[in-house]
Design a binder for this molecule. Structure first.
Ligand code: AP5
Length: 191
């Protein structure tokens, strides 16, 4: 089994692209944001814990997120591998993921980062906020806070993976189809 991390700022298109890539490469797509939202909608304890942070545009604490991710991996060992979206988002999460993949004998092939300009991304999120019902899409302050969190806690992962020779940057601007093609090209080099 293999694991690929789809990396990028809020609104970079991770979720959109994962829908195509998971089919093409027979991967289980795990979006930690989607799992949190599912739990929020269903009023689980995990959802209640996560809501406090998500509503403010802050990251959910590492311990909660890492345990949840490990559960999702355990439940989905039936495909060719995993496409992680929105995880890891901190160095601690990255280290926990490496340990988990080693334990499960899953080969970590690399991280693919979607690059796009901030103003384009904020415009995408504001547009999606009109219909998504996502609490963290609703006002610019929460959206801005997600970028602050990204810059402080998540952006250092780029250097972390670059040092390991595990980071590929892909242009995330253009049509959805163009970006899918670029991502497929990048994955084909890795697998
Ligand atoms: P999460 O759900 O992961 O949100 P995010 O990273 O902020 O990412 P988005 O879902 O906003 O963007 P995306 O890159 O998937 O873009 P999308 O494809 O939707 O996390 C939400 C929250 O959960 C976090 O803030 C945190 O609180 C918590 N959380 C999650 N994971 C965590 C973790 N590991 N640790 C701690 N906390 C965690 O595209 C965006 C929009 O643009 C869509 O409307 C789409 O249709 C449109 N679009 C996409 N591509 C294009 C294109 N090429 N052209 C035009 N429009 C496009």
């Amino acid at each position: 089994m293999i694991a690929i991390i789809l990396f990028g700022k809020p609104g970079a298109g991770k979720g959109t692209q994962a829908q195509f890539l998971k089919e093409k490469y027979n991967l289980t797509h795990i979006s930690t944001g989607d799992v949190f939202r599912y739990n929020l909608k269903n009023g689980t304890d995990l959802g209640k814990q996560a809501k406090v942070y998500i509503d403010k545009g802050e990251l959910v604490p590492d311990e909660i997120t890492i345990d949840m991710l490990a559960d999702e991996v355990e439940k989905n060992m039936d495909k060719a591998g995993f496409l992680f979206d929105g995880f890891p988002r901190t160095i601690m999460q990255a280290e926990a993921l490496e340990k988990l993949l080693a334990e499960k004998k899953i080969a970590f092939v690399g991280t693919i980062g979607l690059d796009a300009d901030d103003d384009v991304l904020v415009a995408r999120i504001l547009e999606r906020g009109k219909t998504s019902g996502r609490s963290d899409d609703q006002d610019e302050e929460k959206i801005r806070n997600r970028y602050i969190e990204y810059n402080e806690k998540t952006a250092p992962l780029i250097a972390y993976y670059e040092q390991k020779g595990k980071y590929t940057s892909v242009n995330g601007m253009g049509t959805i189809e163009e970006i899918t093609q670029r991502l497929s090209n990048a994955i084909d080099v890795l697998v």
